[in-house]
Design a protein around this ligand. Structure first.
Ligand code: 6PG
Length: 504
């Protein structure tokens, strides 16, 4: 009984989380069905720990795992989301687990599954979750963690999760980097904060991923406009991204996009991006975000467009055929001066669209929190996304500030800083979107973001006409602008005198 924590599942994420825990002084009992993975982590620990005692304790089954742990036990699952999580939980019950032991699911689980699991296992053990963002490097050197579940479990596992999380310089909002194994970052603010009960953490991670989809798609659209309408090479576009990465767009996703564009294919010596097949994959978290937005009635069109853009990209054969049939505009050549001006417009278009995507994500979390009875702290959420996760960006510091000065902000767009930013850059945003429409370069996310902005700032939308249509064909009733909203009216449209009726 000497291990602080057990890790089940030693794939890339599990192994790296276990090594991260070891770096922070925890003794970790490790189990995987594949014994080669156990051997690999033991070897890695041997290599990295120097003359220090072993930090990784290999175990051969779940019984051995539970008996290796200090009581009450903490067991971290790094296994595929879905049925495997239930199966391992059931096995842990079989081998013997106590009601005050904590089992932490770290996968990309559907948030409602986490809610159900917490209820289902309530009298067996404390089912806790922590969503993990940051890929394999994040898991090893500091991920962003979105923990949720019982507060009792959080008291127990909070210090461990805060220790292994990415750290941020609170002044600048920038990550404090360490990529030296065994030398963890200990100063700075940890990117791990208790999100709430019952799957709240997985909900927040799901929205993180929805925003990630939108962020990625927006960058791809800026790339495509430069590539097609401005006739630029991948290397030139990479240079533009590197320049943008010094301003308000400074983010991990811009940085890696530049790196991808600079990469040369070793087989053909062409830019690698040109030989990567243009069919986007997806594992489902963006889709879940869009579905949840539709279900809660919270507009998140830029996130949804990013999911649709991936779906449309996968219709490769149809697109290739349609390219021969469907007309687009002639692409007008641009002068050198126009090119520079357009690049600046695109930078601002990307920035404004990004603000909208985040506004949609935070608005969605707000609606879900109301529905589920969660108290989500949006400043904290923005803060734990400043480092470690895929959407880490300097910009999140401004979002944190917005919610720190008004925790009940109805929408990020009306925060004075963001309202002013969009006011400053909207002309460029509109110009970039117009250019893409004129040149026939599809920019679904950027365009939807602009429509979101224009709709949100419009006091009178044509939903008045829409309500008229609904009442016309279905007697669905409407409220009047000059009467209390609860009063519902209907006009007998087929009656020539069109009498107005108060329905209730
Ligand atoms: C993260 C990522 C991670 C995963 C995505 C990829 O935050 O670390 O979001 O969870 O890489 O789920 O998603 P797709 O395969 O759907 O692009």
């Amino acid at each position: 009984n000497s291990c602080d924590i057990g890790v089940i599942g030693l794939g890339v994420m599990g192994k790296n989380l276990a090594m991260n825990l070891a770096d922070h002084g925890y003794r970790v009992a490790c189990f995987d069905l594949d014994s080669k993975r156990i051997d690999a982590i033991v070897a890695q620990d041997e290599k990295e720990r120097g003359d220090q005692p072993a930090r990784i304790v290999p175990v051969t089954d779940l019984t051995e795992l539970t008996s290796a742990l200090i009581s009450p036990a903490v067991i971290l699952l790094s296994i595929p989301a879905g049925a495997p999580v239930d199966a391992v939980c059931e096995q842990l019950i079989k081998v013997g687990i106590n009601p005050d032991d904590v089992v932490i699911d770290t996968g990309n689980s559907l948030w409602s599954d986490s809610v159900a699991r917490e209820k289902r296992f309530a009298d067996k053990f404390l089912f806790f979750t922590t969503a993990v963002s940051g890929g394999e490097v994040g898991a090893r050197f500091g991920p962003s963690l979105m923990p949720s579940g019982s507060e009792q479990a959080w008291q127990r596992v909070g210090p461990m999760l805060k220790a292994i999380a990415a750290k941020v310089d609170p002044q600048t909002g920038k990550p404090i980097e360490s990529s030296t194994p065994g030398q963890p970052v200990t100063e700075g603010e940890p990117c791990a904060a208790y999100i709430g009960p019952n799957g709240a953490g997985h909900y927040v991670k799901m929205v993180h991923n929805g925003i990630e989809y939108a962020d990625m798609q927006l960058i791809c659209e800026a790339y495509q406009v430069m590539r097609v309408a401005l006739n630029m090479t991948p290397v030139d576009i990479a240079k533009v991204f590197r320049r943008w990465n010094k301003g308000p767009l400074d983010s991990y996703l811009i940085e890696i996009s530049a790196e991808v564009l600079e990469q040369i294919d070793p087989q053909t010596n062409q830019p690698l991006v040109d030989v990567i097949l243009d069919k986007a994959g997806q594992k489902g978290t963006g889709l879940w975000t869009a579905v949840s937005a539709l279900q809660t009635g919270s507009p998140a069109q830029t996130i949804a467009q990013a999911v649709f853009a991936r779906s449309l990209s996968s219709l490769k054969t149809e697109r290739v055929a349609a390219a021969e049939i469907l007309a687009g505009p002639d692409i007008a050549p641009v002068s050198e001066a126009q090119r520079e001006a357009t690049i600046t417009q695109l930078e601002h278009a990307l920035y404004c669209s990004k603000i909208c995507a985040y506004a949609q994500g935070f608005q969605l979390m707000k609606s879900a929190a109301q529905e589920q009875g969660w108290t989500l702290h949006f400043a904290e959420i923005a803060k734990i996304w400043r480092a470690g996760c895929i959407i880490r960006a300097v910009f999140l510091q401004s979002i944190a500030k917005a919610y720190e000065s008004d925790s009940a902000l109805p929408n990020l767009l009306v925060d004075p800083f963001f309202a002013e930013q969009i006011a400053t850059y909207q002309a460029d945003w509109r110009a970039a979107v117009s250019l893409s429409a004129q040149q026939g370069v599809a920019c679904p996310a950027m365009m939807s973001a602009l429509s979101y902005y224009d709709s949100y700032r419009t006091a009178v939308l044509p939903a008045n006409l829409l309500q008229g249509q609904r009442d016309f064909f279905g007697a669905h009733t409407f409220s009047r602008t000059d009467q209390p909203i609860e009063e519902k009216y209907h006009i007998e449209w087929s009656d020539p005198s069109r009498p107005l009726q108060l329905i209730q």
